[in-house]
Design a protein around this ligand. Structure first.
Ligand SMILES: [Cu+2]
Length: 284
């Protein structure tokens, strides 16, 4: 039986990103979520999350603050009825594909240590987990070191039903990023929709001067030498039909979008299936 780990490759690459020399321009943690979303701050430490145990349903902005020094992200997972957080926490996540009773609903992807990132999504009531799939240098995933905690989303009346129209849309497919319109410099909210059969993520990397997305893609697979860019957020794994709005401060320059989700058929990260895109952000 083929085993397709659902975290390892993605996470190993992010680990190396954290330890390489960063470039300027990491996303700044700051205000103004779109409209009246409930704001939930999740603080990541080595190795724990500080987060509420229970939050109301509806439009929610997750603000990740990484107190590091290692790299962390927030992976929100919805647990279907009949299953529990304890069941999920006890699984060996590297031993095979994800169980059928969880759904990847995103969350803010990794910023540099010391920085922040954010993602907004519409949460339905139910049982969730907050996880970090990123490993330490010893190869052990942070979720196995304590970065896994349950989150209960409680029903509320008059939950904010949906986010306002985004400025930019990114559609995830097997295996590409469809971006429209182009991103202009400034603080932008991007709706990331996964319409593909497989889960995908959006790692946003601000490229160092003169570096390309292809160089980033090559580097992320080998992690040899300093990284040609710095992570500034994005969304963690999104299952089919899932959607996140990410808000990022873009300076003019070159950016890379990458997906390191292991492929359902061959286990290789999606970047090896061509899921990498270079994006130019122009000044106004
Ligand atoms: Cu992908």
């Amino acid at each position: 039986m083929r085993t397709t780990p659902w975290t390892t490759l993605a996470s190993a690459a992010l680990l190396a990103l954290a330890t390489g020399c960063g470039t300027e321009g990491a996303a700044r943690e700051s205000a103004t979520p779109p409209r009246a979303a409930n704001v939930v701050t999740v603080t990541a430490y080595d190795f724990a999350f500080d987060a509420p145990a229970s939050i109301p349903a509806g439009l929610t902005t997750f603000k990740l603050v990484n107190r590091g020094p290692e790299l962390h992200h927030v992976q929100l997972v919805r647990i279907e009825e009949g299953h529990t957080f304890q069941e999920l926490a006890a699984m060996n996540v590297e031993a095979g594909p994800p169980p059928s009773w969880i759904r990847f609903v995103g969350g803010p992807n990794a910023p540099l240590p010391g920085a922040g990132s954010q993602a907004t999504l519409n949460l339905e009531p139910g049982s969730y987990a907050i996880l970090c799939f990123i490993p330490s240098a010893d190869g052990v995933l942070h979720m196995m070191k304590g970065m896994a905690r349950p989150l209960t989303v409680t029903p509320v009346e008059n939950a904010v039903p949906a986010a306002p129209a985004p400025e930019v849309r990114i559609t995830l497919t097997d295996y590409s990023y469809e971006l429209a319109p182009e991103i202009a410099a400034g603080r932008r909210t991007i709706r990331v929709d996964n319409q593909a059969a497989q889960p995908h993520e959006l790692i946003v990397v601000r490229l160092a001067p003169g570096k390309t997305a292809q160089e980033m893609a090559s580097w992320i697979l080998k992690m040899d030498g300093p990284p040609p860019g710095a992570p500034i957020g994005g969304t963690s794994f999104l299952g089919q039909g899932a959607s996140n709005d990410v808000t990022i401060d873009f300076q003019p320059g070159e950016y890379a979008f990458l997906c390191m989700v292991p492929d359902a058929s061959d286990g290789k990260p999606h970047v090896m299936h061509g899921m990498v895109k270079q994006v130019t952000v122009r000044g106004n």
